[in-house]
Design a protein around this ligand. Sequence first.
Ligand code: MG
Ligand code: ZN
Length: 373
Amino acid sequence: MKSIYLLLIVGSYGFGSCNQDVKSEEPENTIETPEQQPKVKPKNIIFMIGDGMGLTQITAGMIAKKDNLNLERCPIIGLSKTESADNIITDSAAGATAFSTGVKTYNGAIGVGTDTLPLKNIIEIVETHNIATGLVATASITHATPASFIAHQKSRFMDQEIAADFLNTDIDVFIGGGKTHFTQREDQQNLLKQLEEKGYNIATGIEEVEAVGDGKLAGFIADDHPVKMSEGRGDVLTRATKAAINLLVMGDKGFFLMVEGSQIDWGGHANESDYIISEMIDFDNTIGAVLDFAEKNGETLVIITADHETGGYAINGGDRAAGTVDGAFTTDYHTATMVPVFAFGPGAEIFSGIYQNTAIFNKMLASYGISIE
Ligand code: MG
Ligand code: ZN
């Protein structure tokens, strides 16, 4: 045994020092392959992110629901590699920036590259093609995931600056928490007034959100983060998503909508199976409503994925009949494991395979038929 071990060490040492062609640690996302083109291009894309939604979170939801999840209706499955530019374990800011800009950046970055300079995001790109755009989240709308689709800031904790960035875009609809970041500000500005002057309907509470019949919408479902499902949030995510679709579908050039199930991740951070499961089922109910729309509409591509897994979550037992799981966790932070990608509708086929999270950005643009230099 000892001699074999020594031989291996000598062998690898010799290889590494003599062979100039062996490159060390080339990040995979720098290898550019032309993006596969969809057979039929969709008019609309609904991109759904279950924050922290790994395979175990999905499985726990299935067991607790004692039935198939809606996301099982998706015929195409892929796997996304989630690491960020500076860490094998991504955070939600770098994860969402990879989706929104196609570039891997450092953890904490909101729509900026490793040089902290702004990167064009998918909302800014498709807007120039007159495609309507929207964001829905069950966190503050300034939180890392939705923020990375609209803002350009060097840190995810700059909520006030992120809120101000909403005025720098032409986003048509956004619905989430975080109203106070627009109203109680160090610069004394009332951003809601400015949004109103830009033509937005301002709505507070889900009923007001649903009452907006046309035009642009800034919808707030909480002053800070919306509460947990277990604290009575209700079906706000599904209702907000339907309201956003109803407004966006009026444009004749198609739309892009990002919907986040924000708090699956927070259940993982809390190491609470019940929290994960209730948020997972809520997100899946919204997936059901989105797939119902897509099925009827026929021109909508739905992509469902996660930015990363949270908790190192495992199911070490449970009761199928009772719908209970014995959850275990290896961490209260995120993990580096790949996450699934589910796709439904025209163009779904290009989402099969194993690829970097940044490829999802390229695949979405290829689906619209938009090429960027
Ligand atoms: Mg998030
Ligand atoms: Zn997290």
